[in-house]
Write a protein that binds this ligand. Structure first.
Ligand code: 3UK
Length: 547
């Protein structure tokens, strides 16, 4: 821990990986040379108010609009409740649990101001999952939406380390967070944190195994604003942001909170941001910037009729690969060229992307200013352009797991290895292939599932699909597609055959899906990712049964 740390409770610092397992970090860009004392909450909120943004709209929600001053006042009062009533000292972990709403944001800022460590969690998590997170991060206090109290209380019974919980957005009552806030005077003496004090533990959405806690420091939170947002997204103070990712997913925290606040813009928060609700919100509040996942953009295409989304200027897609057919259809329908970007919980936000005339349709883009990326072989040597290998990245943010041996998998030789198979072209553009463990090997051929998915998505009858390698006694694996058809399309063998023939026309015929199964929906994580491992498990299970 740095000499100047403000943390009294040193748990997070004590559980950082050993220094020799850290990625190499660099802060070469002038905008990344932050002072040694830095509190990201103060920078994003108090400083904006100090600079005269106080009366400007900050959070727009169905219940009304909060200005920057409103948000600061709420955050200050909550910080007082945390430190004066709930016994929080700098470095303590505070669990946050709510859908995307203004109080969730105020609580996050309060934790930053108090020099504590936020542990944001997805609203759909159950007691079992909350227990794992609370114990791993040694959470002592929780701030929770009253509508999510049941699972929270069940988690506290299992994890007594969660000493105190304050509820908000409920009926009120003397113990509620709002009543406690009302009893406090305004203003808060912000904790003077070090730039490298840990301020957040973000848990990975965890497709497999126990969730990993990724630790981020105050400087990291500003670095994502001053790299991807500043150089690729380039927002303006009069922008109105909106989107679907939960604030507990760092894609959402950046896109819906820190990016807008960094430039004095406003953010529209919706608790249930289905594609339909998102479009309604964009129309009603004249939103200009949208953050969501590839499937949501695809779903919006069918819902655009009779809606005025002419306010929309920029759209960002992340979380999963953005298939070229979706990008093209969205441009066709709206004129907007979606900004694709790959990010990860470990890296905090997006590190490869492109916008405007820099976009090469179908490619994720180039390293965001401040980051470097390359493609490595199995031994960790760079491969020549055009060769598929493992994506490696480094920059001002990077992976530091909370007490987890998997640090050695993610960080090797100072590079962050995201687990993605990528190809770089001669011009330095990066082309996504698949998750390394999603590559399909059939009769000795390497096939990237997403390429087959792209081909299927180009067919007018396909709403969504996921392609995996299904175990096969003869070929090792066969390419199998799970397909959700558009409403009203008949799912029969003739349709399956038509899709297979279609794919053979689009890409090399050996990649065509030998098996097609029509399903109602695909299994997804709460952050919207297809869980291909579940489909693989299902196939393995069937094979066992057939034996
Ligand atoms: C995949 C992508 C292709 C990729 C995230 C933006 O998704 C985020 O974080 P997670 O930890 O997952 C990371 C993994 O997701 N992925 C993300 N974006 C893309 N694959 N194209 C993309 N554009 O496998 C990556 O390793 O859940 C995304 C910002 C913050 C985030 N946490």
């Amino acid at each position: 821990m740095s000499a100047g740390s403000a943390h009294v409770d040193t748990f997070a610092h004590d559980n950082l990986p050993p220094r020799d397992q850290w990625p190499v970090m660099n802060f070469d860009l002038p905008e990344l040379r932050y002072p040694e004392r830095l509190n990201c909450g103060v920078e994003l909120l108090d400083r904006m108010v100090g600079q005269g943004h106080g009366d400007r709209p900050c959070i727009i929600a169905p219940g009304g609009t909060w200005t920057y001053s409103d948000l600061k006042d709420r955050a200050d009062r909550i910080a007082r409740v945390l430190t004066e009533d709930l016994g929080v000292v700098p470095g303590n972990r505070v669990l946050l649990r709510a859908a995307n709403n203004p109080m969730m944001v105020a609580c996050w800022f309060a934790v930053m101001k108090a020099g504590a460590v936020a542990v944001p969690t997805m609203p759909l998590l159950r007691a079992g999952e909350l227990t794992v997170v609370a114990e791993k991060a040694q959470v002592t206090v929780a701030l929770c939406d009253a509508r999510l109290a049941d699972e929270m209380e069940a988690a506290r019974r299992r994890a007594p380390v969660i000493g105190r919980i304050a509820y908000f957005n409920g009926e009120g009552g003397p113990e509620s967070l709002e009543a406690r806030m009302a009893a406090k005077p305004g203003g808060f003496a912000n904790v003077d944190t070090a730039a490298d004090d840990i301020c957040m533990i973000a848990f990975t959405s965890g497709t497999t195994g126990t969730p990993k806690g990724t630790m981020h420091v105050h400087r990291d939170v500003l670095a994502i604003c001053d790299t991807f947002s500043r150089h690729v997204l380039k927002p303006q103070p009069d922008d109105v942001f909106c989107g679907s990712p939960p604030l507990a997913f760092t894609f959402g925290l950046g896109g819906l909170v820190t990016f807008p606040l960094r430039v004095g813009a406003a953010t529209l928060l919706l608790e249930k941001a289905t594609p339909d609700a998102l479009l309604d919100g964009i129309a009603a509040h004249r939103a200009t910037v949208c953050f969501t996942a590839p499937t949501a953009y695809r779903a919006m295409l069918g819902l655009l009729k009779d809606r005025d989304i002419s306010s929309l200027r920029k759209c960002v897609s992340a979380g999963e690969a953005l298939p070229l057919p979706t990008w093209q259809a969205f441009r066709e329908a709206t004129g907007i060229e979606i900004i694709d970007g790959i990010g990860s919980t470990e890296m905090l936000h997006i590190f490869i992307s492109a916008s405007g005339s820099d976009i090469r349709p179908g490619s994720t883009g180039r390293p965001v200013p401040g980051y470097e990326a390359c493609v490595l072989d199995e031994e960790g040597r760079p491969v020549p352009p055009g060769t598929v290998g493992r994506l490696a990245v480094r920059g001002p943010t990077g992976c530091r797991y909370l007490a987890d041996d998997r640090q050695r998998n993610y960080v090797q030789g100072g590079w962050n290895l995201t687990g993605d198979a990528y190809k770089m072209d001669e011009d330095g553009y990066f082309w996504y292939q698949a998750r390394t463990d999603d590559m399909i090997v059939s009769s000795g051929y390497n096939i990237a599932g997403p390429e087959v998915e792209r081909a299927l998505l180009a067919h007018a009858d396909v709403a969504e699909c996921a392609v995996i390698g299904a175990p096969d006694p003869e070929r090792g694996q066969i390419v199998k597609a799970f397909v959700v058809l558009k409403p009203g399309v008949e799912a029969d063998t003739a349709k399956a055959k038509a899709l297979q023939d279609f794919v053979k026309q689009e890409i090399a015929p050996y990649k065509y899906p030998r098996a097609i199964e029509f399903v109602e929906a695909l299994p997804r994580t709460e952050s919207g990712k297809v869980q291909r491992f579940r489909l693989r498990e299902m196939e393995r299970g069937r094979l066992e049964e057939a034996k």
